[in-house]
Design a protein around this ligand. Structure first.
Ligand code: PLP
Length: 386
């Protein structure tokens, strides 16, 4: 058993981030400025998006995206319950209604076949999530959305770098939102990116990210700018700082290496667990690139004498940090009480949540760390199989 606790996630930061951040601090420009512009340009180029707008979280990105498509009170947005709080709370910011449709059991991504039935005259958007970094079936989602003339906004918080049918996630839908939160595949501490091919949507997001001011406000105090600006709407304060963007630039340079390491860890886990009847390894897809933000193992509880809670406890006792993704949104008190959801309304999401365990997968893990996770899972299963 390992002596030291293995955390569930750790950012991969070294001299490159320190140097970029120090340069930024020495420049005296610490809020939105040249590093943010550069980060936007470089991230946009990597995912192939025409417009990339850096903000201070993915939550902010999704809020701005829904504002840009003109979401209004009483509108409906179709999304998945198998996600983090942020995906649906941004819909509630508008007093609009999140309409949850169930997930595919294999991938845990939104089930496109169920979207059609959930469309009403009030549906204004569909928001798929690429859970763990495995691309959702975007073509199928687009087919339904296009049929009804509804925009698709992707919650791509897990999906960098993910590839769907040969194209990076980032330029496939009306708007794609990324997260650079501390645990995500690249981090700026807190941060997010809005990607779109649509000039008007991009312009609206840029303006609303900074007080509804109708020009590049960061230029206001420099020689090439002027003192004049106009407020065209009550906007928000969602801009990314250059300190964060500096970190992002360094992370972006090593994103490929970090991805390769996570993939190698996932393959090791798959190799170790695919023959273990008490577990189900996460779905992958031949023609898609899984970003491996999460490694979502599922327990075949009928073959075990313990439940998921006990399994988590056993991992902790063996000094392994693990997590659960996600407690489906529809079973949280707020969504139950506000919309009357019951567990059984989204049976697949609930059933799969009950048996899910996320194992550590981050690029700083050593081979010994990975081995210790494999050993712990194997030992727990051996001890508690029926
Ligand atoms: C992390 C996460 C978010 C929110 O990202 P922030 O940058 O923390 O706002 C949104 N959706 C999903 C699925 C996430 O995991």
């Amino acid at each position: 058993m390992r002596q030291q606790f293995l955390p569930f996630a750790l950012p991969d930061l070294d001299g490159e981030e320190f140097r970029e951040i120090e340069e930024t601090l020495r420049s005296g420009w610490v809020t939105t400025g040249p590093k943010t512009k550069k980060f936007e340009a470089e991230f946009g180029a990597v995912v192939g998006a025409k417009h990339a707008i850096a903000v201070n979280s993915c939550t902010a990105a999704m809020h701005l995206a829904l504002d840009a498509i003109g979401l209004k009170r009483g509108d409906e947005v179709i999304t998945t319950p198998y996600t983090f709080a942020a995906t649906a709370e941004v819909i509630r910011y508008f007093d609009a209604r999140p309409v949850f449709v169930d997930v595919e059991p294999r991938t845990l991504n939104i089930n496109p076949a169920l979207i059609e039935r959930a469309v009403t005259g009030r549906t204004k958007a569909v928001m798929p999530v690429h859970i763990a970094g495995l691309p959702a079936d975007i073509d199928a989602v687009h087919a339904v959305a296009a049929h009804h003339g509804i925009p698709v906004i992707e919650d791509a918080a897990h999906a960098f770098p993910s590839i769907y049918k040969g194209r990076m996630i980032g330029a496939l839908s009306e708007i794609t939102c990324f997260s650079f939160y501390a645990t995500k595949t690249i981090t700026t501490g807190e941060g997010g990116m809005i990607c779109t091919e649509n000039e008007a949507l991009a312009e609206r997001c840029r303006i609303m990210a900074l007080h509804g001011i109708s020009k590049d406000a960061w230029k206001r105090y420099t020689a090439e700018g002027s003192w004049y600006y106009e407020i065209i709407a009550p906007g928000y304060k969602y801009n990314m700082t250059d300190v964060a963007a500096a970190m992002g630039l360094a992370q972006l340079r090593k994103a490929g290496r970090m991805y390769e390491r996570r993939k190698a860890i996932a393959l090791k886990y798959n190799e170790a667990f695919s023959s273990v009847g008490e577990t189900q390894v996460p779905a992958d897809s031949g023609d898609a690139q899984h970003a491996w933000h999460l490694y979502m193992l599922r327990l075949n509880l009928d073959r075990l004498r313990i439940d998921r809670a006990r399994f988590m406890e056993e991992l902790k006792n063996r000094n392994i940090g693990a997590s659960v993704h996600f407690i489906p949104l529809h079973i949280h008190p707020y969504y139950r009480e506000t919309f009357g959801y019951r567990e059984s309304d989204l049976p697949v999401a609930h059933r799969e949540y009950m048996r899910e365990v996320s194992l550590p997968i981050f690029s700083r893990m050593s081979d010994e760390d990975v081995e210790s996770v494999v050993d712990a899972v194997t030992a727990i299963v051996a001890e508690h199989r029926r």
